[in-house]
Design a protein around this ligand. Structure first.
Ligand code: BEZ
Length: 329
């Protein structure tokens, strides 16, 4: 008996499996990709997720982390997830709107105007329901939402109303609902991935961007676009994804372990953005050369909410449901 179990254990080690309660259990290093740089809160939480997975799996599971779009931009990572070439990714809800138009509702202008309510939206049953579309539409399993801070506007030159955005090239995260928002304001949206923005600003290719405080600090975008308008015009989500092909190879027990660990770090990410938003704005007030225009009201953007909703309401039933939810806060 002793020799038999020793032989099984040895074979398991050779084959990359571990013994758990006398049962063969798979060992895996999962490749996980992100568009954000190592200093970003998402990356810090993914590094912490690696520790949680190692600890809870008794060392069987770990992560090989690829930051800053090293594996390609988000659309490339989504394709890799679909084929199983990539195991996991933390991707923006913006990217997912190309394949899951329902999710555009999460990018509705002025759905909520503060970070605490943004957190409530991402923790809602309505938002969670949208994740059920992902396996069919993208070949991925969406385990949980997290987020970044509220979206603000940065421009190279001062503007006094949204009318001044007319004709300006504004960098956006590639996504139809965001693109339409700026087109409706008369701007020329310039979709480009996060790591490409600083050079585009430095070269004068773009006149402004919409962005959250965390990335404004990390990338020092204010060096070339010093006018920061505190607009809080949109929330911005992340979905923790696992390739459906990879998911199918895991036992029920291992899926639960991974889902719980992922949820823990999604929750911590949300909590950190809520807790740190004000301090990030305070830090930006100290940034050299920056001019902050605080408390810009939604009226600055005229009737954009009505116009945007008229276009996107017929495309996603979640828009009305999220507006109702937000009205109940
Ligand atoms: C962006 O595309 O603006 C973005 C993406 C991920 C995290 C933060 C910002």
């Amino acid at each position: 008996m002793f020799w038999r179990s020793t032989l099984v254990a040895a074979a398991a080690v050779v084959l990359g499996f571990g013994l758990k309660d006398g049962v063969l259990a798979q060992s895996r290093e999962f490749k996980i990709g992100l568009i954000t740089p190592p200093a970003h809160v998402w990356n810090q939480e993914v590094a912490a997720l690696n520790e949680t997975l190692k600890e809870r799996s008794g060392g069987r599971f770990s992560l090989a982390i690829f930051p800053s779009g090293q594996l390609g931009n988000e659309s490339v990572m989504l394709q890799q997830l679909q084929t199983g070439a990539l195991d996991m990714a933390w991707l923006t809800t913006a990217e997912l709107t190309f394949r899951v138009p329902e999710m555009a509702a999460l990018h509705a202008p002025f759905l909520v105007t503060n970070i605490e309510d943004a957190a409530r939206v991402f923790r809602s049953d309505v938002a969670r329901e949208m994740l059920s579309v992902l396996p069919q539409a993208t070949g991925t399993v969406g385990l949980c939402y997290a987020m970044i801070g509220m979206r603000q506007m940065l421009t190279r030159r001062p503007i006094s109303s949204a009318a001044d955005l007319a004709g300006l090239r504004i960098r956006i995260t590639p996504a139809p609902p965001i693109s339409r928002f700026f087109e409706m304001l008369g701007a020329a949206p310039a979709p480009m991935p996060l790591p490409a923005i600083y050079d585009a600003l430095a070269n004068g290719q773009i006149d402004g961007l919409d962005m959250d405080y965390e990335s404004i600090i990390n990338f020092r975008f204010y060096e070339h676009a010093p006018y920061l308008y505190e607009t809080n015009h949109q929330i911005f989500g992340m979905v923790a994804l696992v390739s459906a092909r990879v998911w199918a190879t895991l036992s029920e027990e291992d899926r639960a372990l991974i889902a719980d660990a992922m949820q823990l770090h999604c929750d911590r990410t949300i909590d950190r953005f809520v807790a740190e938003e004000d301090a990030k704005l305070a830090r930006l007030r100290e940034a050299p050369g920056i001019q902050i225009i605080e408390d810009v009201s939604p009226e600055f953007f005229g009737d954009i909410v009505a116009r945007w909703d008229a276009e996107w309401g017929p495309r996603t039933p979640y828009l009305a449901r999220l507006r109702d939810l937000a009205a109940s806060f």
